[in-house]
Design a protein around this ligand. Structure first.
Ligand code: AMP
Ligand code: ZN
Length: 457
């Protein structure tokens, strides 16, 4: 398996710390609002990576955090905590907000058939681990104090710039935020923040009562569950210059080691010319898709059509094409019900090899999808049941639940409910109109003893 390492800007052979076992850490969601499909591009990427590794025979330990404290609205360590802003907005406690949006996140992730990571860990439940790690960083001489709290001195780590290819002079000139006069370098950041009496979530620490900076949680929890050297760290490209650069600096300051061996980053999902993002105000959620009658798995299919390191444009045309593609793949299964297994397996073995080399080449999913479609065409031509069996094998990587019949879209299900209500009211004309409406949308409603059921027309 080859992976592109952001640290070296090269495709490298993946050599795990422990042979046969790959340890992955993924920066998880900040749970103050619904995750959008842009965020989910990052999690579909991490999930596909995990599935590819498992398909190729590695055992995978996948850890993902939940950020429920410390992620501020600005990068200057003085902004409001996003969780507390969410709490204010909704008149609830930060903890209520965190649990609510964490649940919503996993509900959407399940709809996208994203496998639950081996370990899911919350920042608020690892404050003592963070404090211990900060103590090590302090003992090794990488910190100083200001009125903000305990600050990491980035000039003590000469390799600081490497992950983000940062030029400190440029950074200084382009700094958006007013540079804090107490800081030695503009890139310095807080490990522990004190003197913010309005902040609701606070803990005692050797540096005073306060709360952790955002970056320390990922250093602490990744090492806590994966050890002081592990294989892969994933996230979106926006994390390269600040969050992951700072994480790497903390890791080195505490351990003297290059803790993460391969940094992998996905490019953005874009809407028009800009990145989809909460701060851009152009977000679309999984629920929005469902309301529009789009299957969440069509979005997963869409993700596979672009390489993870390439921007992906989110357009309704692309989404419709993905929905068609997904149905086309399922159709092979319907056709195959009437076929028997062919004797010739050579063509299948060739396609399997092609699929494996595509996914093992830094997750070249567009290439893998080309192999998938070759399989579908050839399977239909030969009317060979083995084609469907192989497609189901590939689906361990694709994660499209191809073996499961499509769920009727939400708007169609609503029509079926309306029809049921009309039937109960003995309004046969309306019920019949609704049946036709459902049919025109590609579905047949059937009445069973347990109520209505929808089947694709
Ligand atoms: P956040 O909840 O803001 O910390 O983001 C969660 C993950 O989504 C991070 O890995 C981000 O890099 C990633 N992300 C945010 N916006 C996008 C986008 N438009 N496209 C792809 N990934 C994104
Ligand atoms: Zn992180």
């Amino acid at each position: 398996m080859k992976v592109f390492n952001t640290l070296t800007r090269k495709k490298e052979e993946l050599v795990p710390v422990e042979p046969g076992r790959v340890k992955i850490y993924t920066c998880g969601p900040t749970v103050y609002w619904f995750a959008h499909v842009g965020n989910f591009r990052a999690y579909v990427f991490a999930d596909t990576l995990r599935r590819v590794l498992e398909y190729l025979g590695f055992e995978v330990r996948h850890v993902m955090n939940i950020t429920d404290v410390g992620h501020l609205t600005t990068d200057d360590d003085l902004g409001e905590d996003k969780l507390e802003a969410g709490a204010k907005r909704e008149g609830r406690t930060p903890q209520e907000i965190a649990r609510f949006y964490e649940e919503a996140f996993f509900r959407d992730a399940e709809r996208l058939n994203i496998l639950k990571p081996t370990v899911v860990c919350r920042a608020t439940e690892h404050i003592p681990d963070m404090i211990e790690l900060i103590k090590r960083i302090e003992k090794n001489g990488f910190t100083y104090r200001t009125s903000v709290g305990l600050i990491f001195d980035t000039s003590r780590y000469p390799d600081y710039w490497r992950l983000g290819r940062l030029n400190l002079e440029e950074q200084r000139a382009g700094a958006r935020v007013e540079v804090d006069p107490e800081r030695r370098n503009p890139s310095d950041f807080a490990l522990w923040i004190t003197n913010q009496p309005k902040h609701l979530m606070q803990w005692d620490s050797p540096w005073g009562r306060g709360f952790p900076g955002w970056h320390i949680e990922c250093s602490a929890m990744s090492m806590c569950y994966l050890g002081e050297e592990f294989d892969i760290h994933t996230g979106g490209i926006d994390h390269i210059p600040v969050h992951h650069t700072n994480e790497r600096a903390q890791n080195f300051a505490a351990t003297g080691k290059e803790v993460v061996h391969y940094w992998m980053h996905n490019a953005f999902l874009q809407l028009g010319d800009s990145r989809m993002g909460k701060s851009e105000g152009n977000i679309i959620t999984i629920s929005t898709l469902m309301e529009q009658g789009v299957e969440p798995l069509a979005f997963r299919y869409l993700c596979h059509t672009a390489h993870y390191r390439m921007p992906l444009n989110f357009t309704s045309e692309a989404l419709v094409a993905a929905q068609h593609g997904l149905r086309g793949l399922r159709e092979l299964g319907l056709n195959a019900q009437n076929w028997s297994a062919g004797a010739d397996r050579v063509w299948l073995d060739t396609l399997r090899k092609d699929f494996q080399s595509a996914v093992a080449d830094d997750l070249n999913m567009p290439q893998a999808m080309a192999v998938v479609w070759e399989l579908v065409r050839e399977g239909n031509r030969r009317q060979d049941r083995n084609a469907w069996e192989l497609l189901l094998e590939f689906d361990r990587v694709l994660g499209l639940r191809l073996g499961v019949a499509e769920d009727a879209p939400l708007p169609v299900r609503r029509l079926a409910e309306e029809r049921e209500a009309a039937r109960r009211a003995k309004d046969w004309v309306k019920a019949d109109q609704l049946r036709k409406e459902i049919f025109s949308q590609g579905w047949i409603v059937e009445d069973t003893r347990d109520g209505w059921r929808l089947k694709r027309a």
